[in-house]
Design a binder for this molecule. Structure first.
Ligand code: NAG
Ligand code: NAG
Ligand code: ZN
Length: 302
């Protein structure tokens, strides 16, 4: 009894305290972090562009040099080119959005999604780019990049069977719509030239292709966009906005390319690019809607 109180109870208290604070598995210097999900969760949530840390030991990502038609992404490449300008703008409040969505899903379903967060500011690291552009070949940034992607790989390995990754981003396009990226280009969406084998939800399509066509899965009433637009949001693609037309649209980046099912496997991926208001003043309502839609989508297809 005494031993328990003296040695074991403080340990339990410390562990419980850490869980309550929500600390995850930290990468080197705490630059990236993995909050493992519960074993029964099929969801991974990633936030690459919402970090705040700007350690002076990592030089800012600025411009690379143009060599032929490719960029050389180092700080010592010589004369830089405006054609190789790194994007460094923060996706405001996407770390918070991803964290709150994770918590709400845990509360609603009892299953906690896997959450991977980049705490570094995008001016120091962009883990949603190829490694060179992401890090400018700076050692500490390379370490953080590799740890961020190792965590996603770990999360995928911890999911048995089908799963779904949401890569959380923000944009400030004048259309103010939610852009869902499945690796279907704006051109293909506009021209109704859809190609499931190129998409980040290829596995989802394959497992439902006997009773559902790809068009319906991508932008029908029971697509992710269709379900989300039922909450009163403008979403592309969705039944109300089947394609971007001449509007601005992000079709999906490095993370959904690398970890979705385009190249095989049973983990699908959707990039969610939310407009500013939904990440700031209207975030609480938006998180509740997203939570319901994720749950609904999983119930329908996974
Ligand atoms: C799975 O989750 C655990 C924590 O629950 C984590 O330590 C581990 O790295 C993850 N990956 C694998 C492959 O087990
Ligand atoms: C989608 O929903 C709308 C509005 O509820 C309905 O009019 C339409 O028939 C539905 N489309 C399909 C293909 O079920
Ligand atoms: Zn982004």
């Amino acid at each position: 009894m005494h031993l328990f109180h003296v040695y074991v109870w403080p340990l339990i208290a410390v562990l419980a305290g850490n869980c309550a604070k929500g600390s995850g598995i930290s990468g080197t210097n705490g630059y990236v972090e993995y909050f493992p999900g519960t074993p029964d969760s099929q969801v991974i949530i990633t936030a690459a562009h919402g970090g705040y840390l700007k350690p002076s030991s990592i030089p800012d990502r600025t411009k690379g040099c143009l060599s032929g038609s490719t960029c050389i992404w180092t700080h010592t490449c010589g004369s830089t080119s405006s054609q190789c300008t790194a994007k460094t703008v923060r996706d405001t409040k996407t770390k918070e959005l991803a964290t709150e969505l994770t918590k709400a899903l845990e509360t609603q379903t009892g299953k906690r999604p896997h959450l991977i967060v980049n705490h570094l500011s995008r001016v120091k690291l962009d883990p949603n780019r190829e490694i060179g552009e992401a890090t400018f070949n700076v050692a500490a940034a390379l370490t953080a990049f590799n740890e961020y992607h190792k965590f996603i790989t770990d999360a995928r390995a911890n999911i048995t069977g089908a799963g779904l990754l949401f890569d959380i981003h923000g944009q400030s396009h004048p259309e103010k719509w939610i852009e869902l990226g499945y690796l279907m280009s704006k051109k293909r969406l506009n021209e109704n030239n859809l190609e499931p084998t190129l998409s980040s939800i290829r596995s989802l399509y394959n497992s439902h292709s006997t009773n559902m066509n790809f068009d319906a899965l991508l932008r029908g009433n029971n697509s992710f966009g269709g379900l989300l637009s039922n909450h009163g949001y403008q979403v592309v693609p969705s039944p109300g906005n089947t394609s971007p037309g001449s509007g601005n649209y992000f079709s999906g980046g490095y993370t959904v390319k690398t970890y979705g099912s385009r190249n095989g496997g049973a983990i699908d991926a959707i990039q969610i690019e939310s407009p500013y208001a939904l990440r700031t003043s209207e975030r609480a309502t938006y998180v509740a809607a997203l939570t319901a839609v994720v749950q609904n989508f999983l119930d329908l297809y996974y």
